[in-house]
Design a protein. Structure first.
Lengths: 307, 329
């Protein structure tokens, strides 16, 4: 039935045909990247965010070369200048240059968004991973904690925390992340629960890998697509939350410029200096729209469940 | 005979379910000698895989209630988790049933095959990869250097099983446990993988435990087989003797149920009547007696122990232990 002649077949044509292919290895990441590149609108939205980020990083340069104002420079002789000469995008009630303040505001807005995403992803992934991996009572305790965090009305929590802690960009990011990690933890836990059932996890344990290695090296790459999607879709939401808190006076405090707190003051002068409302408003709108469009493009490209 | 390499003594592994304790492995004992190929046969749910996982202490959520697994003088059931990690993948390697899901989809195969070397020998990426590529070549992966760059989804089922075998062998373990290594593969690929396992057994001297429900597979591979039913060993002995003169009605019925090429065209198949027992609520006495064609009154009352029947075989059956030959339509 199974003769020794078969041993020779091992290196024979049948097997060789399959191995002789010369196509390059198409990894999951390559494929996803190709799909993302094919999405024009998504790439444009991503590029826009990159441009905003660059402008934010280079804010001091812009303020020195382009606008010649510092964000806090007060000029009471030129309050409420309309957009045009002198102040490209006009000036506010204290004669501060709107464009300069927008550029510096981008630092705050994008910086807070980035930090928030980083913190909530790190904490959420760690909690979700451990809950899903170890299971049992440990899972129950962690997930009830997540339920509790998510059950608190977020806006009241933000208001309370803003009162307790002086809102700086870093503390604001931590405040928003204190709720954001819960969603991530749930997402990661669900994904881990499904991935850990697969045989390769048992196979990896059977070669003697310890739990930490299994989680970090073998499970994490398998939940990474979900994380990337969550991160990219979360940015827009965080920018809105941050702007809302600033607007309510609970976020970044004047005189530090942020798009949200620029709106707070502008509201009072809406009827005679409408540009003070338009420019920060448009910036928030465009950035949030671009992050959502880019986030969707990322999801279309990376989410394995959509394939 | 030489000192056994691995000795399983009266192993009991149980699972907790809503209906009660499931005795997946219920008093299993056997020995594995260096360089030997041992077959464990039985139908789905008879405890073959749980026995294998219990040896590796990967039986969770199952619980090893009692018994010993002696490996090179140490009792693995009492080893710490750290000590077990040193055994797993270094001294005892395991191959799983479904090669399609046993490899991590996000890593290149070469990297995965090299993982045991990084874990156990602390080799760096480059050194371990060289060794892994060498091993991939030895298990019959053509152009191994290039293929090591590929991801698992670029391999066929048979090739993936070769990759799994290569991964098991990189650290040249002393025992290889193959849990239904060919079940998910088609017949020609099955034959190739079995040849490879036999080849590995000869070339590396790796003692192999081959778990399968396929009697044809053990016939070609194993000198000695163990037949399991409902978590217990019902028969054990040299493959040739067991096949020629089964000493347990279950083995007898299993062998009889195999369709034969030389049978009459319209001869009906001879299945084993009834269903495997519910492991939560085993029938009293011999677990096989409700389906047994030879049962006597004692069978439903007392559990038969595994005892020598004939010159070379062990059987847990009151009928054959009393000297009756198993014959019939």
């Amino acid at each position: 039935m199974i003769g020794p002649s078969r041993v020779a077949e091992l290196d024979m044509p049948g097997a060789a045909i399959e191995g002789s292919s010369t196509r390059p290895a198409q990894s999951y990441w390559n494929e996803s990247w190709e799909r993302l590149r094919a999405n024009r609108i998504g790439i444009m939205a991503g590029a826009l965010i990159v441009v905003f980020a660059l402008i934010a990083v280079l804010a001091p340069v812009f303020s020195a070369v382009l606008t010649h104002y510092e964000p806090q420079t007060i000029d009471l002789s030129k309050t409420f200048s309309p957009p045009g000469s002198g102040h490209l995008l006009g000036s506010d009630e204290l004669g501060r240059d709107t464009l300069t303040r927008l550029i510096w505001g981008a630092r705050v807005t994008l910086g807070v968004a980035l930090l928030t995403v980083a913190v909530s992803l790190t904490v959420g992934t760690a909690v979700g991973m451990m809950a899903g991996y170890y299971g049992g009572w440990f899972d129950d305790v962690l997930m009830r904690l997540v339920d509790t965090v998510l059950a608190i009305p977020a806006i009241f929590l933000f208001i309370l925390m803003s009162i307790l802690f002086k809102p700086t960009p870093v503390s604001l990011a931590l405040i928003i992340a204190s709720v954001g990690w819960g969603q991530v933890a749930r997402l990661v836990r669900g994904e881990v629960l499904s991935v850990k059932q697969r045989d390769f996890i048992l196979a990896t344990r059977s070669i003697g890998a310890r739990h930490l290695r299994l989680m970090a090296r073998h499970l994490l790459p398998n939940v990474l697509p979900v994380l990337i999607v969550a991160a990219s879709l979360g940015v827009g939401q965080i920018i809105l939350i941050e702007a809302a808190l600033d607007f309510l006076g609970l976020g970044i405090q004047p005189p530090t410029a942020s798009w949200g707190n620029m709106l707070t003051n502008a509201e009072s002068y809406f009827f005679h200096s409408v540009w003070l409302v338009y420019f920060p408003g448009v910036m928030i709108f465009v950035t949030v729209l671009a992050s959502n469009v880019f986030g969707n493009a990322i999801r279309d490209a990376f989410d394995p469940r959509l394939k | 005979m030489t000192q056994p390499l691995l000795e399983v003594q009266d192993l009991h592994t149980v699972f907790s379910t809503k209906e009660g304790w499931v005795k997946a492995v219920d008093g299993v004992s056997f020995e594995l000698h260096p360089g030997e190929t041992l077959g464990i046969v039985g139908e789905s749910g008879c405890g073959k895989s749980v026995t294998a996982l219990s040896i590796m202490r990967l039986q969770r959520p199952g619980l090893i209630k009692s018994g010993h697994v002696m490996f090179k003088g140490d009792d693995l059931t009492k080893a710490t988790e750290d000590e077990m990690r040193d055994v797993r993948g270094k001294e005892i390697a395991m191959i799983f049933q479904d090669p399609m899901t046993s490899l991590n989809p996000v890593f290149r195969t070469g990297w995965q095959v090299a993982e045991p070397l990084r874990l156990h020998h602390g080799w760096n990426a480059k050194k371990s990869l060289t060794s892994a590529i060498n091993m991939l070549g030895r298990v019959g992966i053509p152009s191994a250097t290039e293929r090591a760059e590929d991801y698992p989804h670029q391999f066929s089922g048979g090739m993936r099983q070769r990759v799994m075998i290569a991964m098991g062998l990189t650290t040249t373990p002393e025992v290889l446990i193959a849990d239904e290594p060919t079940t998910a593969l088609d017949v020609t690929i099955q034959a190739q993988i079995l040849d490879l396992l036999r080849h590995v057994n000869q070339e590396f001297g790796t003692a192999t435990i081959l778990i399968t429900h396929n009697l044809g597979v053990v016939a070609g591979m194993c000198k000695r087989i163990i037949v399991m039913y409902a978590g217990r060993i019902v028969e054990a002995g040299p493959t040739a003797d067991v096949f020629a003169h089964p000493k347990h009605p279950y083995t007898w019925a299993l062998l009889r149920s195999i369709p034969r090429l030389d049978a009459e065209r319209h001869e009906p198949l001879k299945p084993i009547e009834g269903l495997p027992p519910n492991l939560v609520d085993l029938p009293g006495g011999c677990a096989f007696h409700p389906r047994c064609a030879f049962k006597i009154e004692k069978c439903s009352r007392d559990v038969p122990a595994l005892q020598r029947v004939g010159d070379t075989q062990l059987s847990a059956c009151w009928v054959t232990q009393a000297g009756t030959e198993l014959k019939g339509a």
